[in-house]
Every structure is written in structure tokens, then in C-alpha cells.
Design a protein around this ligand. Structure first.
Ligand code: ATP
Ligand code: MG
Length: 572
């Protein structure tokens, strides 16, 4: 492609509202354009990168034996009512009515539609296992769209769904997809890590996220420095006490202390002269099965995802002030487990037998010397807090957990029977028995992968595309288009590279060399072939590698062979 005729308008200045490098650089390199909040157009240069990632994904999915389909973006509400998610999904689901008043939504994900397809198409165990995938536009009315296409409202996802006759076979499908994801992200040139993850609103029993490691990532990962354990902080387990049990015998009685206006953890600690770990933080939650009080140590925080999983409820939210008043008899800040009339859940770390300070369920009062084993009624004990960097590894128990930030580019889930049972997606097994199919689902954010690659590969001058996903791996740059021999050589190299099947761009604009070099760096072409009078006088052209800055002299007649071999080495 010749730049003189290409729709590629680069920006010299950083756009004001772009918070992260990938967003800034994608706008500056003319890859994307904002239409509305979280809704973007892909311009030719951006679309090329998107297609590169898509091609890698498509090849690897096909190689894994998965078959491509294309499902509708508009989905009828009936299917979502069958799965039970019409009421549960919340405001991210964009709902609307057609002219006849029938309810629809824009698909944020396709479990319902694919399960409906499978129940119609699959009848026998002979049709299984089956993995179907698509690359398609999703819509989620994200509460805070940001970072350009990284967290958009309309975005392109590869989503795949597996159907198996039993758990063992489903396990295999999961493994095939897991390995396929490793190959995909390796081929995209990314530094990534699969981590254990929470299953969120998709549901199911088990999942891994594929995280691209980057400081600007929205997700926090805890990773062991000794073994392979790595998990999203939403999911990361904490190493509990060796044994659960109140070993010490309680002494003395709880004391009610007047603590006027003392509400926050640090205020209570200061007022009573105790350490945060000697305090119990009691938080009241509304859940789908009624109000619950969750207790953690003062220096810990409740992890709502873990609490939701432990309770086995479909939703959970912090109670408002009015509910807290009704449930505890006191305003927010004075809740405690003693005498509380609702279900009480305690974090594992509280079960060590020592006396604690708690709220007294009375305005302006706290209790000291509370022995949970004697003074409180605890209904459930479990791991319900956020694990923190620096804590021991819950798996090997020897290593320490390090905190690193990541961008979630892919997610693989074991769904089990969640959708097939709800929607009656059954098959006849070899023994003649009718059974629900065991399902899995597997997503990759295609646009987010492009953005994450840029987040991980850039410098002050611009993007440094990994060769495999670069819109154009090679750029021919004639220094002065008015000089006959320079332009002749440049054109010949450009045509030869095209003939050789290499996607090449040529900067044939009549611009100052400085402008062209700056743009080449900004848009991140991996190899720049500079054709100039001075080097031609030496019988060479210069090939510069964007990632290392290394320059090599190459005979103009050998450029095609040279490019072929470097691109092959880089997995293009
Ligand atoms: P997140 O926690 O970032 O919201 P998610 O858990 O909701 O992601 P999934 O439902 O697992 O995401 O979707 C599969 C993939 O789709 C994600 O791994 C991510 O790469 C991509 N994705 C999800 N939401 C968005 C979005 N708003 N914009 C761009 N890509 C997205
Ligand atoms: Mg989400």
C-alpha cells in the first residue's frame, strides 16, 4: 500500500482524553476513531492489525478441530429467560423491543444462543464432542468504558463453546482450548500468564484468565515466586490457619466501651490503642437469599466474589444505611457479631482463638474482649478476604505471592451443566440414556489483544508491533521522492516484496525525511527499508529494526530474500 493514497492520518500531539499508552498511540497512529462513548470505528491501518490477530485465532481454532459459525448479534429475550439471566445480567445487557413489542437484547456473550443451537442440532453421543466458535461483535453497556477499545461497549470477541458427553471428555476440551490459547498468545508475540479466575456472571465452576502483563492493566494478579500458582486477586486463595478451631479458652467478659463518633477502623484503633488485626470488621450484605454479615480482620478486606461463591448465591451487594440500621439496630460503623440476628460468615483468619474488638450494634459503642467462640454465633467459616501481595503461597506454602498487573485478553470456563440443564440441551448417550451436555466456553477479546500488544510494546516514539500482528511488517521509505534513482530503487523493492507475498507499505509522500521517519516509528512498522542517495552510492539500502534500532546494510537485489528470512524467524 502506498501511503500517498492510504487513509492514514497520524497525529503529532497526544489526544487529551486518552489515559493509557495503547489508547493514545492507536489514536495517534490513525488506527481507530471514537464515534460515541465506548464505540469505535476501525480505520484501515487498525483493521489490518485486528485481522492479523483474527487470522492467528482462526488458524489455531481450526487446527484444534473447532468449527466456525456466525451467530446473530440480536438475541430474543425468551432464551435469556430460559437460562435465568434476563433478570440477573443487569444494566450491561442492552435491551430493546421490536415493532411488535417483542423483547430483545444485543448479545454481550452467546451461551444462550449456542445452547439453543446445540439442543436442536445435537441428538446423539455420536455428535459429540463438538467445539463451535465465532468471531463477532458484542455489546456490553459497560459502566465505565475506557482505554479506547480495551474496555469498549461494542467490541469484537472470539467466543467458543464446547459440548461433551461427560466430565472427562469436557476436561479434554478445556485442555485443548487452554493449549490453543497458549499458542495463540505466543504467536501474537505477547508476554502473558494464565491465572486462576472467578467465574463472574457467566457462571460455571472453574476458569482461567489469560493475562498480558502490563503496568497499566486493570487486573491484579498474585503469582507465587516458588511454584506455578497464579490467580486473579478476585479469586486468589489465602493460606488459612493450620487447623480451624478456637484453641484458647476464653477469659473475662466482653466490655462495652463508649466510643462517640468513632467509626472507621483507624479511628477505633487509635481510640482504643489496639492494632488493626485485633479488630473485627463486620459488613452487612444483601444477597439473593437475604441479608448476611461478613466478618474479616480489621487489616483485611472482604472479597465479594469469594463471599458470593462461598454462600452459593447469585448476587450480593453491600447493604445501604437503612438496611444496616434495621439489621444491627445501629448506624453504619458499629456492627458486630454479638447478638446479631442474621446469618454470620467469618473469615478463616479470625478463627485463631484470640479476643477481638467488635462493634456493639449500638450507636457510639464497641465491645472489647470478644471471644468469637463464646460470644458470637457464627454460621459459616471460609476464605472470604482479599489475599495480599507478600502473603505465603496457598499452594506450595513455601513461596511468597507477588502482585503484578495484567490485562485480561482471554478467558476459559468450565460451565458444566449450568446452561444445558436450564435450557434442556440433551443427547442420547451410548447406553440409551438421555443426558444434558457438559459445556465449556472460551473467549478472546480480539481488539483488546491488539491494544494489549501495544501496551506491552511501545516506546516514547510510538508503537513497536510484534511482527506477527503488524499491519504491515515492512515499510519502504524513499528519502527523497524527487530523486529519480532513489524512487526507481524504492519502487522496485516495493513491487518485488509485494510479488513475494509480503505485506509492504511504501511512504511515497513528498515529505521531509524527518517527518517520514517519525511517522514510521509512530505507527510501529517492524522493519523500515530506507532508500537514500548516500547509501545507494555505497550500493546498499538500510534495513532498520524498530524493536532494537539495529541497522543493517543490504544489497538492493537481496532485499526480498533478506526480508523473507527475518520475517520467517519472527513467526510472521
Ligand atoms: P472484564 O473482567 O475485563 O470485564 P469479562 O470477564 O467480562 O472481562 P469475558 O466475559 O470473559 O470478559 O469475555 C471474554 C473476553 O472478551 C475477555 O477476556 C476480554 O478479552 C474481552 N472483553 C470483555 N469485555 C470487553 C470490553 N468491554 N471491551 C473489549 N474487550 C472485552
Ligand atoms: Mg466484564
Amino acid at each position: 500500500m502506498k501511503l500517498s493514497s492510504m487513509l492514514l492520518n497520524t497525529l503529532k500531539e497526544d489526544p487529551r482524553d486518552a489515559e493509557v499508552p495503547s489508547h493514545r498511540l492507536m489514536l495517534r497512529a490513525g488506527m481507530i476513531k471514537r464515534l460515541a462513548s465506548g464505540i469505535y470505528s476501525y480505520l484501515p491501518y487498525g483493521l489490518k492489525a485486528l485481522r492479523r490477530v483474527e487470522n492467528i485465532v482462526r488458524q489455531e481454532m481450526d487446527n484444534a478441530g473447532s468449527q466456525e459459525v456466525l451467530l446473530p448479534g440480536v438475541q430474543p429475550s425468551e432464551l435469556w429467560k430460559e437460562s435465568g439471566r434476563w433478570d440477573l445480567y443487569g444494566k450491561e445487557l442492552l435491551r430493546f423491543k421490536d415493532r411488535k413489542g417483542a423483547e430483545f437484547c444485543l448479545g454481550p456473550t452467546h451461551e444462550e444462543v449456542i445452547t439453543d443451537l446445540a439442543r436442536r442440532e445435537v441428538t446423539s453421543y455420536k455428535d459429540l464432542p463438538l467445539i463451535l466458535y465465532q468471531i463477532q461483535t458484542k455489546f456490553r453497556d459497560e459502566i465505565r468504558p475506557r482505554f479506547g477499545i480495551m474496555r469498549a461497549r461494542e467490541f469484537i470477541m472470539k467466543d467458543a463453546y464446547s459440548f461433551d458427553r461427560d466430565d472427562a471428555s469436557a476436561e479434554k476440551s478445556y485442555e485443548i482450548m487452554f493449549n490453543t490459547y497458549e499458542r495463540i498468545f505466543n504467536r501474537c508475540g505477547l508476554d502473558f500468564k494464565p491465572v486462576e479466575a472467578d467465574t463472574g456472571s457467566i457462571g460455571g465452576s472453574f476458569s482461567h484468565e489469560f493475562m498480558v502483563l502490563a503496568e497499566t492493566g486493570e487486573d491484579m494478579i498474585l503469582s507465587c515466586n516458588n511454584c506455578k500458582y497464579a490467580a486473579n486477586v478476585e479469586r486468589a486463595e489465602s493460606l488459612g490457619p493450620d487447623s480451624i478451631g478456637f484453641s484458647q479458652a476464653p477469659k473475662g467478659k466482653p466490655n462495652k466501651v463508649h466510643t462517640p463518633g468513632v467509626k472507621t477502623i483507624s479511628q477505633v484503633c487509635e481510640f482504643l490503642g489496639v492494632k488493626q488485626e485485633k479488630l473485627v470488621k463486620t459488613l452487612v450484605y444483601n444477597t439473593s437469599s437475604g441479608p448476611v454479615a461478613a466478618m474479616v480482620r480489621g487489616d483485611h478486606d472482604v472479597n465479594e466474589a469469594k463471599l458470593r461463591t462461598l454462600l452459593g448465591v447469585s448476587w450480593i451487594e453491600l447493604a445501604d444505611d437503612k438496611t444496616v440500621q434495621e439489621v444491627t439496630g445501629a448506624p453504619v460503623g458499629f456492627a458486630g457479631p454479638v447478638g446479631l440476628g442474621i446469618k454470620v460468615v467469618a473469615d478463616l483468619s479470625l478463627v485463631d482463638g484470640s479476643p477481638y474488638v467488635t462493634g456493639a450494634n449500638e450507636e457510639d459503642y464497641h465491645l472489647t474482649n470478644v471471644w468469637l467462640s463464646r460470644d458470637a454465633r457464627i454460621d459459616l467459616v471460609g476464605d472470604i478476604r482479599f489475599t495480599q501481595p507478600g502473603e505465603p503461597c496457598p499452594r506450595c506454602k513455601k513461596g511468597t505471592l507477588q502482585g503484578i498487573r495484567g490485562i485480561e485478553v482471554g478467558h476459559v470456563f468450565k460451565l458444566g451443566l449450568k446452561y444445558s440443564k436450564a435450557m434442556n440441551a440433551v443427547f442420547t448417550d451410548v447406553d440409551g440414556e438421555v443426558k444434558p451436555m457438559v459445556m465449556g466456553c472460551y473467549g478472546i477479546g480480539i481488539g483488546r489483544t491488539v491494544a494489549a500488544a501495544i501496551e506491552q510494546n511501545h516506546d516514547d516514539s510510538g508503537i513497536i508491533f510484534p511482527v506477527s500482528i503488524a499491519p504491515y511488517p515492512v515499510l519502504v521509505l524513499p528519502v527523497d521522492v524527487k530523486q529519480g534513482p532513489v524512487m526507481e530503487h524504492a519502487l522496485r523493492i516495493y513491487e518485488d516484496l509485494k510479488t513475494a507475498g509480503i505485506d509492504v507499505m511504501m511512504d511515497d509522500r513528498d515529505e521531509r525525511p524527518g517527518v517520514k521517519f517519525k511517522d514510521a516509528d509512530l505507527v510501529g512498522v517492524p522493519y523500515r527499508i530506507t532508500v537514500g542517495k548516500r547509501s545507494l552510492d555505497r550500493g546498499v539500502v538500510e534495513v532498520k529494526e524498530r524493536s532494537t534500532g539495529k541497522v543493517e546494510d543490504v544489497n538492493p537485489d537481496n532485499v526480498v530474500g533478506y526480508c523473507r528470512s527475518i520475517l520467517k524467524d519472527k513467526g510472521s
